[in-house]
Design a protein around this ligand. Structure first.
Ligand SMILES: Cc1cc2nc3c(=O)[nH]c(=O)nc-3n(C[C@H](O)[C@H](O)[C@H](O)COP(=O)(O)OP(=O)(O)OC[C@H]3O[C@@H](n4cnc5c(N)ncnc54)[C@H](O)[C@@H]3O)c2cc1C
Length: 369
C-alpha cells in the first residue's frame, strides 16, 4: 500500500464519502485515502451482515434519510441520479405513527424520507461511485487512527498496527479524536487532535477543540429480532415498514421506532430503536417483547410477528446532541495547518443529521483552494 496521499479522511460515513466524491469531481487527480475503523462504508448508516447467517443483512443504525424542502442544489445533484435509478426510494408511505392508545396513523410530513436499496450502506457506495476518477479514492478498513502529528508541513498518522501513513491534508469526518469521549473509548490519556498542536498556534483548531468539548452524547441502542416463520411473514403484507412511536411512548418506554424489513430468504428482520435508554438497559429481552405485544395489542398481524421474533443482535450507539449554536463554517478548514472538519456536528440551519453532514462536506470542498 502507498503510504502518502494528498488527503487522508478519517471515517467512512456519509460525510466522508460525500467529501471524497465531491473532491474527486473537483480535483480528479488528487489522491485520497479514507481510513475507517469499521469493516465497511457507512459509519452510523452502515449495514450489518449477520455472522451466523450471511443471508441476513440489516440496517442497524440510521434507517432512513430525511431531506428538507430547502435542500441545496449540490445535494440534489448528488441524490437525483440515485432517485432516478431507484437506489433511493421515497418511503414516506411506509411510515406509520403509533399513539399511546395503540392506534396507527399515516405519518404526515412535507419532507422527503428515503431509504436506500437494497440497504442503507448502498447510499454511501453510490455516492462514492459518482466520483469521476475512482482510482484516486483508496480505502483502509478496520484501521483505527490513534495519533496524528504535523511534521514538516505534512500529516503523519499512526494506525493501530503501528504503521505510519502521511498526507498533505487531513480531514476529520468524525469528532471522535477531538472530543473527550475519545479518552474512554480509545483508552487514551490525551486527545490526539490537541496533542498535534501547541495551544495558540492555530486559532481554528483551538476553537474546534474548545467548541467540540461541549458536545454531549445520548445513548441509543438497537435491538435486532429475526422472524424465521415464513408463513407469519407472508401474512404481513408489508415488505418494509417503519412505525414511529409517540412522544408519550418514547418517554415511558424509550422506544423510538421499530422497522420491519423482509429478507431475501422470505424471513423478516425487526429493528427496534431505543433512545435515552439508561433505564431500558436493565430490561431484558422478554420484557421488550412484552411491551411490544401490549403496544400493538389491537393489531393481530404484528402480534403474530412479535410472538415468533427472536433477538439475534444488539448495537450500542452514541448520538451527538447538536451544539447551540452549532459549529460555524469558519471552523471547517484551517489553511495554516491544512486540516478540515465535516459531519453532523456543523451548523446547517434547520436540517437533520444526514443532510447537514452532507452539506458540511460539500462546503468543506468548496472552502479548499
Ligand atoms: C440508530 C441511529 C438512528 C439515526 N436516526 C437518524 C435519523 O432519523 N435522521 C437523521 O438525520 N440522522 C439519524 N442518525 C444520525 C445519522 O446516522 C448521522 O447524522 C450520519 O450518519 C452522520 O454521518 P457522518 O459521516 O457524519 O458520521 P459517522 O457515520 O459517525 O461516520 C464517522 C466514521 O468515522 C469513523 N471513525 C471515527 N474516529 C475514527 C478513528 N480515529 N479512526 C478510524 N475511523 C474513525 C467511525 O467509525 C465512523 O464510521 C441516526 C444514527 C443512528 C446511529
Amino acid at each position: 500500500m502507498n503510504n502518502f496521499y494528498d488527503f487522508i479522511v478519517i471515517g467512512a460515513g456519509i460525510s466522508a464519502c460525500t467529501f471524497a466524491s465531491f473532491l474527486n469531481k473537483r480535483f480528479s487527480d488528487v489522491s485520497i485515502l479514507i481510513v475507517e475503523q469499521g469493516r465497511r462504508l457507512g459509519g452510523r448508516s452502515t449495514t450489518r451482515q449477520s455472522r451466523n447467517n450471511i443471508m441476513l443483512q440489516y440496517d442497524h443504525g440510521l434507517p432512513s434519510i430525511r431531506f428538507s424542502q430547502h435542500i441545496s442544489e449540490d445535494i440534489q445533484t448528488l441524490i437525483l441520479p440515485l432517485i432516478n435509478s431507484k437506489v433511493l426510494v421515497d418511503i414516506s408511505k411506509d411510515i406509520l405513527l403509533m399513539n399511546e392508545f395503540g392506534i396507527l396513523n399515516n405519518s404526515r410530513t412535507n419532507d422527503k424520507i428515503y431509504r436506500s436499496l437494497p440497504f442503507m450502506i448502498n447510499f454511501c457506495e453510490e455516492i462514492i461511485n459518482q466520483s469521476i476518477n475512482p482510482k484516486k479514492i483508496n480505502f483502509l478498513f478496520q484501521t483505527l487512527i490513534k495519533s496524528i502529528q504535523r511534521i514538516n508541513d505534512l500529516w503523519e498518522l499512526q494506525v493501530n498496527n503501528g504503521s505510519l501513513i502521511k498526507s498533505k491534508n487531513l480531514i476529520l469526518s468524525s469528532s471522535l479524536i477531538a472530543h473527550p469521549r475519545c479518552l474512554e473509548i480509545l483508552n487514551m490519556k490525551s486527545l490526539p487532535l490537541s496533542d498535534a498542536f501547541v495551544l495558540g498556534k492555530d486559532k481554528v483548531v483551538d476553537s474546534v477543540l474548545s467548541e467540540t468539548s461541549k458536545l454531549t452524547y445520548m445513548k441509543r441502542k438497537t435491538y435486532i429480532f429475526h422472524v424465521k416463520n415464513l408463513g407469519v411473514v407472508q401474512n404481513f403484507k408489508h415488505k418494509y415498514l417503519q412505525v414511529l412511536f409517540s412522544n408519550l411512548i418514547r418517554d415511558d418506554l424509550n422506544f423510538e421506532r421499530i422497522i420491519f424489513h423482509r429478507q431475501s430468504d422470505g424471513s423478516m428482520i425487526l429493528v427496534l430503536h431505543c433512545s435515552y435508554i439508561n433505564n431500558l438497559l436493565e430490561i431484558d429481552n422478554r420484557k421488550i417483547t412484552h411491551y411490544l405485544l401490549s403496544l400493538f395489542f389491537k393489531h393481530r398481524i404484528f402480534i403474530d410477528l412479535f410472538l415468533q421474533a427472536r433477538l439475534i443482535d444488539t448495537m450500542d450507539w452514541r448520538a451527538s446532541q447538536p451544539l447551540k449554536p452549532l459549529l460555524p463554517k469558519e471552523l471547517q478548514w484551517s489553511p495554516i495547518s491544512k486540516i478540515g472538519f465535516c459531519g453532523d456536528w456543523f451548523d446547517m440551519n434547520t436540517c437533520e443529521g444526514v443532510e447537514s453532514a452532507m452539506y458540511s462536506s460539500i462546503r468543506l470542498v468548496q472552502l479548499l483552494n
